[in-house]
Ligand binder design. Sequence first.
Ligand SMILES: Cc1cc2nc3c(=O)[nH]c(=O)nc-3n(C[C@H](O)[C@H](O)[C@H](O)COP(=O)(O)O)c2cc1C
Length: 212
Amino acid sequence: MSLLDLNPDQLLSTTRAVRKRLDLTRPVPTELIRECVAMALQAPSGSTIVTMRFVVVRDEAKRRAIGEVYREVYAKYKASPGYPGNPAGDPERDRIQARVAASADHLGEHMGDAPVLVLGCNEGRDRASATAGLGNVLPAVWNFMLAARARGLGTAWTSMHRSREQDVADIMGIPYDTVAQAVLTPLAYTKGTDFKPATRPDPESVIHWDTW
Ligand SMILES: Cc1cc2nc3c(=O)[nH]c(=O)nc-3n(C[C@H](O)[C@H](O)[C@H](O)COP(=O)(O)O)c2cc1C
């Protein structure tokens, strides 16, 4: 295992949603995926009960089938009024949103081309408990993404496939009645590793000191 030379703050601030810079041609070693899952399992979970599941999709036909579901869901999103690529009248914000939208559009077309797809899931006794416990898998998936970044791999948190979750469950043989899907991410080496911190709001704009 060789890790990029990133201090903790650099890792946290440069783990971006990677879409256009995924290297779709380079295979991802299985051992690296196992290491990322090992790091994911260090994340907190309720009562330290491990209900999170990682469905790792290397099989090309299954990747393409999930990619097709994602493409269809994305096309509907793109045609909706909430699509971030639609100008909202603030030139500065519109410029940033147009860039994010172009990146998201690219993934909409190429999700199934990634060498690996990963579904972060939560298993419960039944559908209701699986869904209620989705919070258990979220820190683990973010740990997975940080561990991937440290290894020169890129990810992009997506969830819109959940409107067709049953279809994805059927493709993968995931038992829909007891396993809820939270996140779908591509996993691939990145083209270059020089990712930058994003522009985000001033912390003061989101902090409520001592009272709301
Ligand atoms: C809950 C959640 C759902 C998301 N769903 C999608 C998605 O379906 N498709 C997508 O392209 N990006 C999705 N994203 C990624 C964000 O759009 C991404 O963070 C944003 O593009 C900013 O990129 P950055 O994190 O590199 O700054 C999602 C992120 C979160 C936290």
